[in-house]
Design a protein around this ligand. Structure first.
Ligand code: R1P
Ligand code: URA
Length: 310
Protein backbone atom coordinates (compact mmCIF):
# COMPACT_ATOMS: atom_id res chain seq x y z
CA UNK A 1 0.00 0.00 0.00
CA UNK A 2 1.51 3.34 -1.03
CA UNK A 3 0.17 5.51 1.79
CA UNK A 4 -1.06 5.24 5.37
CA UNK A 5 -4.85 5.44 5.63
CA UNK A 6 -6.29 6.70 8.86
CA UNK A 7 -9.92 5.64 8.81
CA UNK A 8 -11.24 2.59 7.00
CA UNK A 9 -14.78 4.02 7.00
CA UNK A 10 -13.77 7.26 5.27
CA UNK A 11 -10.16 6.73 4.32
CA UNK A 12 -7.70 9.64 4.16
CA UNK A 13 -3.95 9.64 3.92
CA UNK A 14 -1.61 10.92 6.62
CA UNK A 15 -1.96 14.50 5.29
CA UNK A 16 -5.78 14.37 5.49
CA UNK A 17 -6.29 13.93 1.75
CA UNK A 18 -9.27 11.88 0.62
CA UNK A 19 -8.45 8.53 -0.90
CA UNK A 20 -9.61 9.10 -4.52
CA UNK A 21 -10.06 12.83 -5.22
CA UNK A 22 -6.91 13.51 -3.20
CA UNK A 23 -7.73 16.90 -1.67
CA UNK A 24 -7.69 18.17 1.92
CA UNK A 25 -9.33 21.15 3.65
CA UNK A 26 -8.14 24.45 2.22
CA UNK A 27 -7.63 23.24 -1.34
CA UNK A 28 -11.15 23.45 -2.81
CA UNK A 29 -13.44 26.47 -3.02
CA UNK A 30 -17.13 26.65 -2.05
CA UNK A 31 -18.03 27.24 -5.72
CA UNK A 32 -17.14 24.31 -7.96
CA UNK A 33 -17.40 23.51 -11.67
CA UNK A 34 -17.21 19.80 -12.48
CA UNK A 35 -16.32 18.52 -15.93
CA UNK A 36 -15.51 15.17 -17.51
CA UNK A 37 -12.00 15.63 -18.85
CA UNK A 38 -8.71 17.35 -18.08
CA UNK A 39 -8.59 19.41 -21.28
CA UNK A 40 -11.97 21.04 -20.56
CA UNK A 41 -10.95 21.68 -16.93
CA UNK A 42 -7.75 23.44 -18.08
CA UNK A 43 -9.63 25.50 -20.70
CA UNK A 44 -12.01 26.77 -18.00
CA UNK A 45 -9.17 27.48 -15.56
CA UNK A 46 -7.60 29.69 -18.24
CA UNK A 47 -10.45 32.14 -17.38
CA UNK A 48 -9.18 32.41 -13.77
CA UNK A 49 -7.54 35.66 -12.63
CA UNK A 50 -3.99 35.65 -13.98
CA UNK A 51 -5.01 33.02 -16.54
CA UNK A 52 -4.07 30.06 -14.34
CA UNK A 53 -4.97 28.19 -11.13
CA UNK A 54 -3.24 29.12 -7.88
CA UNK A 55 -3.20 25.47 -6.78
CA UNK A 56 -3.59 22.18 -8.61
CA UNK A 57 -3.37 18.45 -8.04
CA UNK A 58 -3.91 15.33 -10.11
CA UNK A 59 -4.77 12.36 -7.88
CA UNK A 60 -3.63 8.82 -8.49
CA UNK A 61 -7.18 8.11 -9.71
CA UNK A 62 -6.94 10.99 -12.25
CA UNK A 63 -9.22 13.50 -10.54
CA UNK A 64 -7.71 16.86 -11.56
CA UNK A 65 -8.49 19.72 -9.17
CA UNK A 66 -7.66 23.31 -10.15
CA UNK A 67 -8.36 26.08 -7.64
CA UNK A 68 -7.95 29.79 -8.27
CA UNK A 69 -9.99 32.97 -8.29
CA UNK A 70 -12.38 34.40 -10.87
CA UNK A 71 -12.85 38.16 -10.57
CA UNK A 72 -11.51 37.83 -7.03
CA UNK A 73 -13.83 34.99 -5.90
CA UNK A 74 -12.35 31.55 -5.11
CA UNK A 75 -13.42 28.91 -7.64
CA UNK A 76 -12.49 25.27 -8.20
CA UNK A 77 -12.69 23.34 -11.47
CA UNK A 78 -12.48 19.58 -11.13
CA UNK A 79 -12.28 16.91 -13.81
CA UNK A 80 -13.87 13.71 -12.53
CA UNK A 81 -14.28 11.45 -15.59
CA UNK A 82 -17.62 9.92 -16.49
CA UNK A 83 -20.60 8.27 -14.89
CA UNK A 84 -22.47 7.69 -11.65
CA UNK A 85 -19.73 6.14 -9.53
CA UNK A 86 -17.21 8.92 -10.21
CA UNK A 87 -19.85 11.51 -9.24
CA UNK A 88 -20.25 9.62 -5.96
CA UNK A 89 -16.51 9.80 -5.21
CA UNK A 90 -16.39 13.47 -6.17
CA UNK A 91 -19.41 14.74 -4.20
CA UNK A 92 -18.79 12.74 -1.01
CA UNK A 93 -15.04 13.44 -0.84
CA UNK A 94 -15.55 17.12 -1.69
CA UNK A 95 -18.22 17.49 1.00
CA UNK A 96 -15.71 16.02 3.46
CA UNK A 97 -13.04 18.69 2.84
CA UNK A 98 -14.97 21.91 2.16
CA UNK A 99 -16.22 23.96 5.09
CA UNK A 100 -19.68 25.49 4.63
CA UNK A 101 -21.95 25.71 1.62
CA UNK A 102 -21.20 24.18 -1.76
CA UNK A 103 -22.51 25.30 -5.13
CA UNK A 104 -21.69 22.69 -7.76
CA UNK A 105 -22.27 23.18 -11.48
CA UNK A 106 -21.61 20.46 -14.01
CA UNK A 107 -20.51 21.69 -17.42
CA UNK A 108 -20.70 18.74 -19.77
CA UNK A 109 -21.71 17.58 -23.19
CA UNK A 110 -24.99 15.85 -23.97
CA UNK A 111 -26.98 14.19 -26.71
CA UNK A 112 -30.27 15.83 -27.71
CA UNK A 113 -33.60 14.13 -28.29
CA UNK A 114 -35.47 17.35 -29.02
CA UNK A 115 -35.66 19.71 -32.00
CA UNK A 116 -35.64 22.73 -29.67
CA UNK A 117 -32.13 21.75 -28.43
CA UNK A 118 -30.10 21.58 -31.68
CA UNK A 119 -26.39 20.74 -31.96
CA UNK A 120 -24.48 23.82 -30.87
CA UNK A 121 -27.02 24.96 -28.32
CA UNK A 122 -26.35 24.98 -24.59
CA UNK A 123 -29.17 23.72 -22.41
CA UNK A 124 -29.81 24.32 -18.72
CA UNK A 125 -31.79 21.53 -17.10
CA UNK A 126 -34.45 22.28 -14.52
CA UNK A 127 -34.68 18.60 -13.61
CA UNK A 128 -33.11 15.21 -14.29
CA UNK A 129 -34.25 11.58 -14.20
CA UNK A 130 -31.93 8.59 -13.87
CA UNK A 131 -32.07 5.69 -16.31
CA UNK A 132 -30.49 2.47 -15.11
CA UNK A 133 -30.23 -1.01 -16.56
CA UNK A 134 -32.37 -3.47 -14.59
CA UNK A 135 -29.80 -6.23 -14.21
CA UNK A 136 -32.39 -8.71 -12.92
CA UNK A 137 -34.35 -8.45 -16.16
CA UNK A 138 -31.32 -9.94 -17.94
CA UNK A 139 -30.96 -12.83 -15.45
CA UNK A 140 -31.67 -16.36 -16.64
CA UNK A 141 -34.48 -16.53 -14.02
CA UNK A 142 -36.13 -13.25 -15.10
CA UNK A 143 -39.87 -13.15 -15.75
CA UNK A 144 -40.74 -12.39 -19.39
CA UNK A 145 -42.40 -9.08 -18.50
CA UNK A 146 -39.57 -7.55 -16.41
CA UNK A 147 -38.72 -4.03 -17.66
CA UNK A 148 -35.09 -3.96 -18.84
CA UNK A 149 -34.58 -0.29 -17.84
CA UNK A 150 -35.68 1.68 -14.79
CA UNK A 151 -36.56 5.35 -15.18
CA UNK A 152 -36.55 7.22 -11.86
CA UNK A 153 -38.70 10.10 -10.69
CA UNK A 154 -37.23 13.50 -11.62
CA UNK A 155 -34.96 15.39 -9.22
CA UNK A 156 -34.72 19.15 -9.64
CA UNK A 157 -31.63 21.32 -9.91
CA UNK A 158 -31.58 24.41 -7.67
CA UNK A 159 -33.84 27.06 -9.23
CA UNK A 160 -31.51 30.00 -8.45
CA UNK A 161 -28.53 28.17 -9.93
CA UNK A 162 -30.62 27.35 -13.03
CA UNK A 163 -31.63 31.00 -13.49
CA UNK A 164 -28.09 32.32 -12.95
CA UNK A 165 -26.68 29.91 -15.54
CA UNK A 166 -29.40 30.78 -18.06
CA UNK A 167 -28.87 34.53 -17.64
CA UNK A 168 -25.06 34.28 -17.91
CA UNK A 169 -25.28 32.13 -21.04
CA UNK A 170 -27.92 34.32 -22.68
CA UNK A 171 -26.02 37.54 -22.10
CA UNK A 172 -22.79 36.21 -23.67
CA UNK A 173 -23.95 34.26 -26.75
CA UNK A 174 -21.29 34.17 -29.46
CA UNK A 175 -22.18 35.94 -32.69
CA UNK A 176 -23.07 33.86 -35.73
CA UNK A 177 -20.11 33.11 -37.96
CA UNK A 178 -20.33 31.60 -41.42
CA UNK A 179 -18.13 28.59 -40.61
CA UNK A 180 -19.81 27.27 -37.43
CA UNK A 181 -23.29 25.85 -36.69
CA UNK A 182 -24.43 26.39 -40.29
CA UNK A 183 -24.09 30.14 -39.83
CA UNK A 184 -26.65 30.23 -36.96
CA UNK A 185 -26.00 31.90 -33.60
CA UNK A 186 -25.79 29.22 -30.85
CA UNK A 187 -28.94 29.21 -28.74
CA UNK A 188 -29.58 28.74 -25.03
CA UNK A 189 -32.51 26.63 -23.80
CA UNK A 190 -33.68 26.69 -20.19
CA UNK A 191 -36.14 24.56 -18.17
CA UNK A 192 -34.89 21.40 -19.91
CA UNK A 193 -35.72 17.86 -18.75
CA UNK A 194 -32.52 15.80 -18.71
CA UNK A 195 -31.88 12.09 -18.26
CA UNK A 196 -28.62 10.78 -16.80
CA UNK A 197 -27.87 7.20 -17.73
CA UNK A 198 -25.68 4.45 -16.32
CA UNK A 199 -24.31 3.62 -19.79
CA UNK A 200 -23.46 5.72 -22.85
CA UNK A 201 -24.66 2.73 -24.86
CA UNK A 202 -27.49 0.50 -23.63
CA UNK A 203 -29.39 2.92 -21.40
CA UNK A 204 -29.10 5.72 -23.99
CA UNK A 205 -30.79 3.46 -26.55
CA UNK A 206 -27.72 2.83 -28.69
CA UNK A 207 -27.98 -0.52 -30.42
CA UNK A 208 -25.37 -3.01 -31.56
CA UNK A 209 -25.18 -6.68 -32.37
CA UNK A 210 -22.80 -7.92 -29.65
CA UNK A 211 -24.93 -7.54 -26.53
CA UNK A 212 -28.45 -8.42 -25.45
CA UNK A 213 -29.62 -4.86 -24.57
CA UNK A 214 -33.40 -4.89 -25.25
CA UNK A 215 -33.45 -1.15 -25.80
CA UNK A 216 -35.17 -0.75 -29.20
CA UNK A 217 -38.14 1.13 -27.69
CA UNK A 218 -36.19 2.99 -24.98
CA UNK A 219 -35.72 6.32 -26.81
CA UNK A 220 -39.46 6.53 -27.65
CA UNK A 221 -40.33 5.73 -24.03
CA UNK A 222 -37.96 8.38 -22.72
CA UNK A 223 -39.20 11.03 -25.17
CA UNK A 224 -42.72 10.12 -24.03
CA UNK A 225 -41.69 11.15 -20.52
CA UNK A 226 -40.60 14.58 -21.78
CA UNK A 227 -36.85 13.96 -21.69
CA UNK A 228 -34.87 16.27 -24.01
CA UNK A 229 -31.21 15.43 -23.30
CA UNK A 230 -29.03 12.45 -22.35
CA UNK A 231 -25.82 12.60 -20.36
CA UNK A 232 -24.35 10.62 -17.49
CA UNK A 233 -23.94 12.63 -14.26
CA UNK A 234 -26.52 15.36 -13.47
CA UNK A 235 -29.14 13.08 -11.85
CA UNK A 236 -26.64 11.64 -9.35
CA UNK A 237 -25.30 15.11 -8.48
CA UNK A 238 -28.91 16.21 -7.81
CA UNK A 239 -29.54 13.05 -5.78
CA UNK A 240 -26.44 13.47 -3.60
CA UNK A 241 -27.16 17.16 -3.04
CA UNK A 242 -30.61 16.19 -1.81
CA UNK A 243 -29.17 13.37 0.33
CA UNK A 244 -26.78 15.90 1.92
CA UNK A 245 -29.45 18.54 2.41
CA UNK A 246 -32.04 16.26 4.05
CA UNK A 247 -29.52 14.47 6.28
CA UNK A 248 -28.88 17.53 8.42
CA UNK A 249 -30.88 20.49 9.62
CA UNK A 250 -27.61 22.47 9.40
CA UNK A 251 -28.29 24.59 6.28
CA UNK A 252 -24.83 26.15 6.52
CA UNK A 253 -23.56 22.94 4.88
CA UNK A 254 -26.18 22.69 2.15
CA UNK A 255 -25.27 21.80 -1.43
CA UNK A 256 -26.89 23.65 -4.34
CA UNK A 257 -26.49 22.22 -7.81
CA UNK A 258 -27.06 23.01 -11.46
CA UNK A 259 -25.86 22.02 -14.90
CA UNK A 260 -25.12 23.49 -18.29
CA UNK A 261 -25.01 20.96 -21.10
CA UNK A 262 -23.49 21.58 -24.52
CA UNK A 263 -25.36 19.67 -27.23
CA UNK A 264 -22.70 17.63 -29.07
CA UNK A 265 -24.97 14.98 -30.65
CA UNK A 266 -28.47 14.75 -32.04
CA UNK A 267 -29.75 11.29 -31.19
CA UNK A 268 -32.63 11.45 -33.66
CA UNK A 269 -30.69 12.60 -36.78
CA UNK A 270 -27.32 11.06 -35.64
CA UNK A 271 -25.62 14.46 -36.26
CA UNK A 272 -22.40 15.23 -34.33
CA UNK A 273 -20.57 18.48 -33.57
CA UNK A 274 -17.21 19.42 -35.21
CA UNK A 275 -14.01 20.08 -33.18
CA UNK A 276 -14.03 23.83 -33.96
CA UNK A 277 -17.66 24.05 -32.84
CA UNK A 278 -16.68 22.28 -29.57
CA UNK A 279 -13.96 24.89 -29.01
CA UNK A 280 -16.45 27.73 -29.54
CA UNK A 281 -19.04 26.24 -27.14
CA UNK A 282 -16.48 25.43 -24.43
CA UNK A 283 -15.03 28.96 -24.49
CA UNK A 284 -18.45 30.58 -24.25
CA UNK A 285 -20.06 28.20 -21.76
CA UNK A 286 -16.91 27.91 -19.62
CA UNK A 287 -16.76 31.65 -19.00
CA UNK A 288 -20.54 31.92 -18.54
CA UNK A 289 -20.52 29.21 -15.84
CA UNK A 290 -17.70 31.06 -13.98
CA UNK A 291 -19.76 34.29 -14.19
CA UNK A 292 -22.93 32.56 -12.94
CA UNK A 293 -21.13 30.92 -10.02
CA UNK A 294 -19.43 34.05 -8.71
CA UNK A 295 -22.72 35.94 -9.03
CA UNK A 296 -24.51 33.51 -6.68
CA UNK A 297 -24.21 34.64 -3.10
CA UNK A 298 -23.07 32.55 -0.15
CA UNK A 299 -23.37 34.05 3.34
CA UNK A 300 -19.94 35.00 4.71
CA UNK A 301 -20.32 32.61 7.67
CA UNK A 302 -20.91 29.70 5.25
CA UNK A 303 -17.68 30.28 3.32
CA UNK A 304 -14.27 28.75 4.07
CA UNK A 305 -12.74 30.70 6.95
CA UNK A 306 -10.50 33.59 5.82
CA UNK A 307 -6.94 32.52 5.31
CA UNK A 308 -7.59 28.80 5.68
CA UNK A 309 -7.59 27.87 2.04
CA UNK A 310 -4.63 27.94 -0.34
C1 R1P B 1 -19.86 10.44 -22.54
O1 R1P B 1 -19.19 10.62 -23.74
C2 R1P B 1 -19.55 11.54 -21.56
O2 R1P B 1 -19.90 12.81 -22.15
C3 R1P B 1 -20.79 13.52 -21.31
C4 R1P B 1 -21.51 12.41 -20.57
O3 R1P B 1 -22.19 12.88 -19.43
C5 R1P B 1 -20.41 11.42 -20.29
O4 R1P B 1 -19.67 11.74 -19.16
O5 R1P B 1 -20.18 14.39 -20.41
P1 R1P B 1 -18.72 15.08 -20.50
O6 R1P B 1 -18.70 15.85 -21.77
O7 R1P B 1 -18.60 15.96 -19.34
O8 R1P B 1 -17.70 14.00 -20.44
N1 URA C 1 -22.90 12.58 -23.87
C1 URA C 1 -23.74 11.56 -23.72
O1 URA C 1 -23.85 10.98 -22.63
N2 URA C 1 -24.47 11.17 -24.78
C2 URA C 1 -24.36 11.73 -26.00
O2 URA C 1 -25.02 11.30 -26.94
C3 URA C 1 -23.45 12.82 -26.14
C4 URA C 1 -22.72 13.22 -25.05
Amino acid sequence: MKETLLDANFPRDAEGRTYHVGTKPGEMANRIITVGDHARARRIAAHFDGGAPLWQRESGRKFLTLTGTYRGTPLTVISIGMGFSLVDFFVRETRAVVHGELIIVRLGSCGSLAAEAPIGSVVVPKTSVGITRNYDAFHSDAAADEEPYHITRPLDCDADVHDALLAALQSSRPAATGALFGGEQPSVVGQVVNASTDSFYSSQGRSGTFFDDRNSDLIDKVIGKGVQTFEMETFVINHLARANNVASADTSRRIRVGAAQMVFANRVTAGFITPSEVECLEGWAGRAVCEALVGLSIAAENLQPEGVWI
